[in-house]
Design a protein around this ligand. Structure first.
Ligand SMILES: Nc1ncnc2c1ncn2[C@@H]1O[C@H](COP(=O)(O)OP(=O)(O)O)[C@@H](O)[C@H]1O
Ligand SMILES: Cc1ncsc1CCOP(=O)(O)O
Ligand SMILES: [Mg+2]
Length: 253
């Protein structure tokens, strides 16, 4: 299938099926990522309570676990939901926000991965290298290195876990064992807005909710980000209007 056909097919599936995407995500991006999922045609639900996460996983098409703003109860909810996703064979994507920046983040990321292998791990270069225990260059939640630097770390992580690893940045890499796809079509304005990485992870959640080929679904998710990012940048004077135009662009894709 050509790249364009795959893109159109997955986008069409999202719009016709409107997959329910269960997000356990952070306070910073919760509203943005819910709106981004709606704009692309998916149906978001943000649910964190330990009392309900297993029920929500059960009715959802996919699960997004994002560890941006951790706390004890939320970690419990993440572990419960990851275990449920494994039991029910539901696809799930993990965003290891800021892994390496604190012992708590590193331990939590390991706990989640040990509970259930995420279908996809999506992070920036510093996060992927910290997760693969190559180097710790994490500066808070932003990467200090270009995505190219994390390719071999992502590849060993993917081989070790037998899953798909996405490194975002000026070039996005989608890596599944020896298969590497690259996307260079996006805009640097995207790095000036908080939550663009989390939005990329949410887009992966939407795509794996409708498409069983996880590498293809992850690639389309990053294409969606790049295309909407370019469209929005053309219309925007700066990061403020970019945020609004990005949502409109997702809707118009
Ligand atoms: N310098 C850049 N040029 C173009 N696109 C970028 C750049 N940096 C990030 N992006 C895009 O922004 C989105 C978020 O990536 P990134 O900033 O790496 O994530 P995070 O916010 O988790 O650090 C991705 O879709 C990526 O393609
Ligand atoms: C700033 C910040 N602090 C904790 S979570 C968060 C959002 C990070 O989002 P992204 O990784 O998508 O930029
Ligand atoms: Mg991030």
């Amino acid at each position: 299938m050509s790249e364009n056909n795959a893109f159109n097919k997955v986008l069409e599936q999202i719009r016709t099926q409107s997959p329910l995407v269960h997000n356990i995500t952070n306070y910073v991006v919760m509203n943005n990522t819910a709106n981004a999922l709606l704009a692309i045609g998916a149906s978001p639900v943000m649910a964190h309570a330990v009392e309900e996460v297993e029920d929500i996983v059960t009715i959802s098409s996919s699960l997004v676990i994002n560890m941006g703003t951790l706390s004890k109860k939320w970690v419990e909810a993440m572990i419960l939901s990851a275990a449920k996703a494994k039991e029910l064979n539901k696809p799930f994507v993990f965003d290891p926000v800021g892994v390496g920046a604190s012992k708590y983040r590193s331990e939590t990321a390991q706990k989640i991965i040990e509970t259930a292998t995420p279908s996809v791990i999506r992070g920036n270069a510093s996060e992927i290298m910290a997760l693969a225990q190559v180097t710790n260059s994490t500066k808070g939640v932003d990467s200090t290195v270009a995505s190219d630097a994390a390719v071999s770390a992502a590849q060993s992580l993917s081989k070790q876990l037998n899953n798909t690893v996405v490194i975002s940045g000026a070039t996005d890499y989608i890596i599944t064992n020896d298969t590497i796809s690259k996307i260079t079509d996006s805009d640097s304005m995207m790095s000036k807005i908080t939550g663009m990485g989390c939005t990329a992870t949410a887009m992966v959640g939407a795509c794996i909710g409708v498409e069983a080929d996880i590498h293809l679904a992850s690639t389309v998710a990053m294409q969606i980000m790049g295309k909407a990012g370019n469209m929005a940048a053309d219309l925007s004077a700066g990061p403020g209007s970019f945020q609004m135009n990005f949502l409109d662009s997702l809707y118009k894709l």
